[in-house]
Design a protein around this ligand. Structure first.
Ligand SMILES: [Cu+2]
Length: 157
């Protein structure tokens, strides 16, 4: 159920002043000292290419639709870099379970668990493998994930 308050509806040309501000993108943000990922060279880099399109609806990583037995192995304690390259014509908000990553474009990159990869864009993120288990990475447009744009990272304690 949706209820609204009283008053007159705004006109179609109404433009809230918040929309006139400067656009903030995540790469302009820095993590607070208390949550910043300490600088460290990655022990492992995993490259995932975002592939597929609307015509075939074959969204995937590396042209392979999700399969539960295809896993990306890690070792506990590693600093892991994920490098996403979007070769599709759509935005994909990619989400990692079980961890937060830091955007790797700068020291003290913001901590996030979802980041948008724009068409033809590349984004690198770093995290520490400090939570053993099997963890999904998937496009957070769930219809893309369900079509196959998801995979699994895993490691033991
Ligand atoms: Cu997607």
């Amino acid at each position: 159920m949706l209820r609204t308050g009283g008053g007159a509806a705004p006109s179609a040309s109404a433009r809230p002043k918040e929309l006139r501000g400067r656009l903030l993108t995540a790469d302009k943000l820095r993590a607070a000292e208390s949550v910043a990922l300490p600088p460290r060279k990655p022990d492992r880099t995993i490259r995932l290419r975002l592939t597929g399109g609307m015509a075939k609806y074959d969204w995937a990583f590396d042209k392979k639709p999700y399969s539960p037995d295809r896993r990306h192995p890690l070792r506990a304690g590693e600093r892991v870099r994920l490098v996403f390259t979007n070769s599709t014509s759509m935005w994909h908000p990619v989400h990692l379970h079980g961890h937060t990553f830091a955007l790797a474009n700068a020291a003290h990159g913001p901590r996030k668990d979802t980041a948008i990869i724009v068409p033809n864009g590349t984004l690198a993120v770093d995290f520490d493998a400090d939570n053993p288990g099997l963890w999904m990475i998937h496009c957070h447009n769930v219809y893309h994930a369900e079509a196959g744009m998801m995979t699994v990272l895993g490691y033991r304690p």
